[in-house]
Design a protein around this ligand. Sequence first.
Ligand SMILES: [Zn+2]
Length: 361
Amino acid sequence: MYFNSKFQTFGIAFLIVCTIICPFQTQQLQALSQPDLEFDTGVAFKHLKKYDQLAPLLPGSENSQDFLAYAKKTLENSLWSVEIQSWAHSGPSITLNNLIAKKSNQNDNSKGIIVLGAHYDARAWADKDPDRTKRKDPVPGINDGGSGVVVLLELARTVSIPEGYEVWIVLFDAEDQGGISGWKGGQSGWIIGSTYFVKSLSDSDKNRMKLAVILDIVGDYNLNLHKESSSDSQQTNKIWDLANELGYGENFLDQTGSSIIDDHRPFINAGIPAVDIIQQRSKDGYDFFKWHHTTNDTIENVDRESLSKVGRTMEYYLEKLELDPMSSNLILSILIVSGVIVLFGTLVFVFRKKLFKKRYN
Ligand SMILES: [Zn+2]
């Protein structure tokens, strides 16, 4: 090939460097514009109305079974394969049920399993109710129970399974019965369903499980999410950064909160990284939210915009899932270094005569 001027050579070198670098610039630009997300909070709220109709979903109740049948059908409509994991619990003696839905990337699921989880049970005692006479009444659990579940049901419809992964959506029974007389197991009566789920995993599934993300209490008006301190910090930061990119920085606070007993714990104890997205404190200073463990945890007190913010963030997060950022950083570095080498080589080629002259004069 013959170049009749050094400008042509420059032009070609410039194009080569651009071809190498441009995909990354495009990615940066995409990040700046609003991504195209499908999460429909109207659909999520429709699921919440169903949850509300059947509330309270007390462990072992018929309503609980009915809701699981509804969730199973919803998930199957979006082509998830669903099984109900049932077992006999001994304190109290009732049958408990987790729902496990699986979907994989048909061509390749070699990178492992990602779990998305939420508890669907409602607490049997409203022991924080301002009215003392109601403290043995059940909590409707529309925010503390329903909100996480319905976000997952709508996410199931809209999410694209990350390349190389299998996603499991798990709805846990009996998370919220701790401290109620007769309840044993899990951790002091809390997180019984997730504890059973993790214990019953085969070694192979446990080894393939790379991450669990739990959603709990995500429907408050003035959503106020701190970073839960026992969660995997790298993935927590990633989720919070993406939420910020979507404009939800006022809701996903760049502040570390406390460590909570929730359904992420059994995963962490088994060596599986996990993230708990949970409101720990309301903007006006209540623990969790104003109506936590009261009979006022009702559908009127759930904001569909909050469901949307969490659902869209999760859809975006899964779309960009990167559990091993080292590999993409390495590729980026290699490409930048090759670009610089090509540019430098071209400059030496173009100015070789001048360089030679200088050397031998
Ligand atoms: Zn609770």
